[in-house]
Design a protein around this ligand. Structure first.
Ligand code: 5GP
Length: 224
């Protein structure tokens, strides 16, 4: 895998941070960038297209791909399996594309050794309160699901220090400019590693001490 001469960028972020919107905009503005198409066991959402947004497969088929060693990495996220097929990186390399991988934190932990040249980007919300607001604005999910996403975000932020670049999504436009400057112009993020680490710690502090989170934790002691 490491011998393939292609630029690979990995983008991770807690859910509700806007990473999918950012990535889709980047791909649409820059034809030289292409998203790696993952496999998933979840069902298609409205507007999603097989082979474009994901390959939608059964658990059995997904397991078969794992058993055959065809997954570069995979992870179970909110009860659904997601994985990056090794073939995708090869396909994008042969097509001369910059590969953009939108994978979760567990996935990057598995894949970073196979992709030592890849640059990793962690998108963060300005605060946990903002993240919660954005999860609420999506509007469709029950409270218990939003709470579970928030608790997953906490674990993800705790692992944020393994990333190379950090983008704080204060506004979608500013975050997009940052992403574009890292992937297209080869710049480093405005936030350096030490600052990124400090930001992750500040968010973890908010997770641990914000009164509104403590109140919700009493209501939802065991995220399901
Ligand atoms: P969604 O169902 O909203 O498209 O994605 C849910 C989560 O799965 C997101 O955090 C996304 O980054 C993650 N994800 C999507 N594809 C992959 C993949 O191939 N591998 C891993 N590890 N995570 C993925």
């Amino acid at each position: 895998m490491a011998d393939l001469q292609t630029k690979v960028f990995v983008v991770s972020a807690p859910s509700g941070t806007g990473k999918t919107t950012l990535n889709r905009r980047l791909v649409s503005d820059h034809p030289e960038v292409e998203m790696s198409v993952s496999y998933t066991t979840r069902s298609k959402r409205q507007g999603e297209v097989e082979g474009v947004h994901y390959h939608f497969v059964t658990r059995e088929r997904f397991q078969e791909l794992i058993d055959r060693g065809e997954m570069l990495e995979y992870a179970e996220v909110f009860g659904t399996l997601y994985g990056t097929p090794r073939d995708e990186i090869r396909r994008l390399a042969h097509a001369g594309k910059i590969a953009l991988l939108e994978i979760d934190v567990q996935g990057w932990r598995q894949a970073h050794k196979s992709l030592p040249e890849a640059k990793s980007i962690f998108v963060l919300p300005p605060s946990v309160a903002t993240l919660w607001q954005r999860l609420e604005q999506r509007g469709t999910e029950p409270m218990a699901v939003r709470w579970r996403r928030l608790m997953t975000a906490k674990t993800e932020v705790a692992n944020g220090t393994m990333y190379d670049h950090f983008i704080v999504n204060y506004s979608l436009d500013a975050a997009y400019e940052e992403l574009e400057s890292i992937v297209i112009k080869g710049k480093t993020s405005k936030i350096g590693h030490a600052e990124g680490e400090a930001l992750c710690n500040r968010l973890l502090d908010e997770f641990a001490n914000a009164p509104w989170i403590q109140k919700l934790a009493l209501e939802f002691p065991n995220p399901t």
